[in-house]
Structures are given as C-alpha cells and as structure tokens.
Unconditional design. Structure first.
Length: 178
C-alpha cells in the first residue's frame, strides 16, 4: 500500500498539471541590474487594449511586502496616499490597464545609491496607445530598490502625476545615469 501511494505521489508530482501549479521564478534578465528591473517594471504594466499582462512577472520583481503608493490630488479634497500591495495593484489597476490600453515609458532617471539600497526618481509618460502623439499624463515614480547580492528587488513605488500647479522640474527631465 505504501509503495502504491509513493508511486502515485511521484506520478502526480511529475505530471504537467503539477508543473503548472508551481509559481514561476523571476526572469534572470529582469533582475540582473537596476536598469533591467526598472525596464521590466514599465514593460509589465504596458500593453495594448485587450492584452493580458504577465502578473506573475510583476510579482517576481517585488520583495515580499512591497508597496505601490499613488499620491492622489483631487480638487475637492486634501492630498492623500493610497497604499497597495502588489496584489492590490493587480486587482485594482490591472483590469483598467488591460481594458483601455496603457503604455508607460521612462523619459529620464535620477539615481542615488548606497551599497545595496537605491532610490530612483524615474520620470514617465503614459499613453493609451504606443503610437499616441502625446501622453495623457506625465509624472515621477519614486522607486526604492534593494540588491541582496543575488538580484535587484523593487521595495516601494511611490508616484505622483504632473499637474498644472505642479509641473515636473527641469532637473527631472534629464537623466543623471543614462
């Protein structure tokens, strides 16, 4: 009986169904450098309307417990922050990105780094279609990163969109590291 159960367990573990259930690991090319992980962050949320995003790829960019935090400014209220986990972001923003199309590109970056800790001010432009002549919004992603000696991780992304009363300063429209 024990042998039969062991044989069954081994057969199930090696089946294609069992292989599909295991979560994929990160793409080595996504986490090998700061440039690579920031590029992957923009790539994973971008795509045309109707295209499903690779949310497993996104999950693998972030350290467990990471936060995505938009600064929200509404004319009728005080500024506030929303604090999302990676899963919250996927749930709350994912369907909208996939339905409407969304392309976010980095146009400049300023980086400060000490050891394995880095802070990147990544200036972005967002479009609904890659070929749109002008962005519908620009802003700055403040991306905190950590290198554990094996790979880069995104720890936090805090962002704010440009507004008429708060234009992006010229110094953040030029890269210091590129």
């Amino acid at each position: 009986m024990r042998r039969a159960l062991l044989t069954l367990a081994l057969a199930l573990a090696s089946s294609p169904l069992a292989a599909q259930a295991a979560p994929p690991g990160p793409r080595a090319s996504d986490v090998k450098s700061m440039d690579a992980i920031i590029a992957a962050l923009y790539e994973v949320i971008s795509g045309p309307a109707g295209q499903q995003r690779d949310w497993d790829r996104m999950r693998n960019l972030f350290v467990p417990g990471a936060r995505l935090i938009p600064a929200v400014y509404r004319p009728d209220s005080v500024p506030t922050l929303r604090q999302w986990s990676v899963e919250d972001y996927i749930t709350r923003a994912g369907a909208m990105l996939e339905k409407n199309g969304f392309f976010e590109t980095e146009i400049a970056r300023q980086v400060d780094q000490y050891g394995g800790v880095a802070q990147a001010f990544s200036t972005y432009e967002s479009r609904h279609k890659a070929e749109d002549p002008a962005p519908f919004v620009r802003g700055i992603n403040s991306i905190q990163l950590f290198n554990d000696g094996q790979r880069w991780w995104v720890v936090t992304v805090l962002w704010e969109g440009e507004r008429p009363d708060n234009p992006i300063p010229e110094k953040y429209l030029k890269s210091s590291t590129r």
